[in-house]
Design a protein around this ligand. Sequence first.
Ligand SMILES: C[S@@+](CC[C@H](N)C(=O)[O-])C[C@H]1O[C@@H](n2cnc3c(N)ncnc32)[C@H](O)[C@@H]1O
Length: 224
Amino acid sequence: MQHVRMCVLVGAALLCGILASGIAYGQHGGGLHGPHRFEDPKQWSKAFDAADRDGWQKPNEVLAALKLRPDAIVADIGAGTGYFTVRLAQLVPSGTVYAVDIEEGMLGFIADRAKKTGLENVRTAKGSADSPNLPEKVDLVLIVDTYHHIDARVSYLGKIAASLKPGGRIAIVDFRLDAQRGAPKQMRLSPSLVQDEMRAAGFEQVEAHDFLPDQYFLIFQRKV
Ligand SMILES: C[S@@+](CC[C@H](N)C(=O)[O-])C[C@H]1O[C@@H](n2cnc3c(N)ncnc32)[C@H](O)[C@@H]1O
């Protein structure tokens, strides 16, 4: 009992310390593992939507490289607080953007954000650990800084494949092993591992961009 009380106190102190000091981008290791890793959207928004993120994330360049039609149906898997969701929604005014996350809180935050910004083409979808649970087939799946959080990835990619339209693509942006910011180093995945897993799931790489300073940016399509 004494031990349990001590653990609760130490855990709370650690979490409070992190929250009080502000969360830096990708700071989700340590005691924050587990099913509620991203449960406080307002706190995470300070990092995910930080004013300086555009400088290294280059969202306009990333989105331009995706060459989306204005009526495209897109899924942002691991949407977080909606950094990419809202930008995608502006880019596909006559299309739809599904913001997928496993955290209810993130989905509520995005729904509010879309409403406040007047974006009527954003839908939220509750993903589960083994499936994005997309309600319709999409032209593009974008996964930013989330691929490394997914378990049983080849099987998960199979579920994505079943939700892609013919010619549909998956774009993955995630932290390089040697990046100076981002997910804790022990959680990162090499681009060659991502490529191997994609191949195993029946995808081929169709583009690779190297303009992001900290992340790789790979685009895949189903092999025909
Ligand atoms: C580091 S954040 C990235 C947020 C966003 N993509 C961005 O670039 O700002 C990772 C997000 O992925 C979500 N997530 C983790 N595992 C997931 C899964 N299996 N399916 C869907 N979302 C997941 C987390 O809840 C969190 O909101």
